[in-house]
Design a protein around this ligand. Structure first.
Ligand code: NAD
Length: 297
């Protein structure tokens, strides 16, 4: 994984709407992982070009671009975002959501590497068959859209390596860092929350989402469960990305959806990305040493 992505440690900061901007991506890459800019966080492909240039001014290490293909209020020009990334010299594209099949040839022609993020083994197998270079798999505890199958994954780095993974993809943990470009109140809410403080929304719309338990997500659940059921239109005003972005910026926790995972139960501080990655690598090496000692002893 480190060879494929040209990084020091096999740790990817997954794409995150509104959070995956130059501040965070450059900090993660500078700390030895792979930072990722989220394409759709930028209002249009030209803004993505500018953001890539801004990130490049903040790190001389490689970073990638995430392209998420999921239901959205206004379908974006995916192809133009992809062109913006590849034409700017981005090599690693993290695809997520629906199958990246239609974009693979374009990425390969540009010499790119595709890491596809998915939530089910059958999707991983079909993406591999379609030609992606690597799979990162989100367990059911993950934030954002953890799929419809409810299969749990792992949130511990050494455990993931022991089971044969070649690296880890983290999102929520990187939100609670110094460099994440979101309000301190949101970071503190992640420190304060336990693993029981997420809500699953959108299941009736087959677009399940895991978010922080707050006023808005409680209200969405209430609407979804009311007698007679609900349509997406009934919750649309509550869940818009624009509203979530405003909450991340203002720090008003109950003003919009805040995407976060059960890993909040393990988050107890707000370190820099460098401190965080150093700690993960240190803990991982220690766990592997202990494991090896147990086997040889
Ligand atoms: P938005 O304002 O368009 O939509 C808000 C939320 O409603 C998103 O989760 C979207 O998936 C969902 N949604 C929209 N239309 C829907 C429909 N017809 N049926 C069911 N669900 C619907 O989106 P945004 O927050 O500005 O995000 C833009 C893109 O980024 C979307 O593709 C979204 O899915 C994606 N996103 C991904 C994550 C993640 O964790 N993977 C988190 C937030 C957003």
């Amino acid at each position: 994984m480190t060879d494929l992505l040209d990084i020091s440690y096999p740790i990817i900061q997954g794409g995150m709407q509104w959070v995956g901007r130059a501040e965070l991506a450059s900090a993660v890459s500078n700390a030895g992982g792979l930072g990722i800019l989220t394409a759709l966080t930028q209002p249009d492909p030209d803004a993505l070009r500018a953001e890539i240039a801004r990130c490049r001014a903040m790190t001389d290490k490689p970073f990638g671009v995430n392209l998420t293909i999921l239901p959205t209020t206004s379908p974006p020009p995916y192809k133009d975002y992809l062109d913006a990334a590849l034409d700017s010299g981005i090599r690693v594209i993290e695809t997520a959501g629906r199958s990246p099949r239609e974009f693979i040839a374009r990425i390969k022609d540009a010499g790119g590497v595709i890491v596809h993020k998915c939530t089910a083994v059958r999707h991983a197998v079909s993406a591999e068959r379609a030609g992606v270079d690597a799979i990162s798999i989100d367990g059911f505890e993950a934030a954002g859209h953890p799929g419809e199958d409810d299969i749990g994954g792992l949130i511990l780095f050494a455990a993931a390596l022991m089971l044969g993974a070649e690296g880890i993809n983290m999102g929520t943990r990187f939100c609670a860092t110094q460099e994440a470009p979101i309000h301190d109140n949101i970071k503190q809410a992640m420190v304060d929350a336990s693993e029981r403080d997420t809500n699953l929304i959108f299941r009736p719309f087959r677009n399940t989402g895991r978010v922080l338990k707050n006023g808005v997500s409680d209200e969405v659940i209430r609407i979804e469960r009311r007698p007679g059921g609900a349509e997406f239109e009934d919750v649309r005003p509550l869940v818009s990305g624009a509203r979530g972005k405003a909450a991340l910026t203002s720090g008003k926790i109950d003003d919009g959806l805040v995407w976060a995972s059960q890993v909040m139960g393990l988050i107890e501080d707000i370190p820099s990305c460098q401190e965080l990655i150093d700690r993960i690598v240190r803990d991982c090496r220690k766990a592997i040493d202990i494991g090896q000692a147990a086997f040889s002893g």
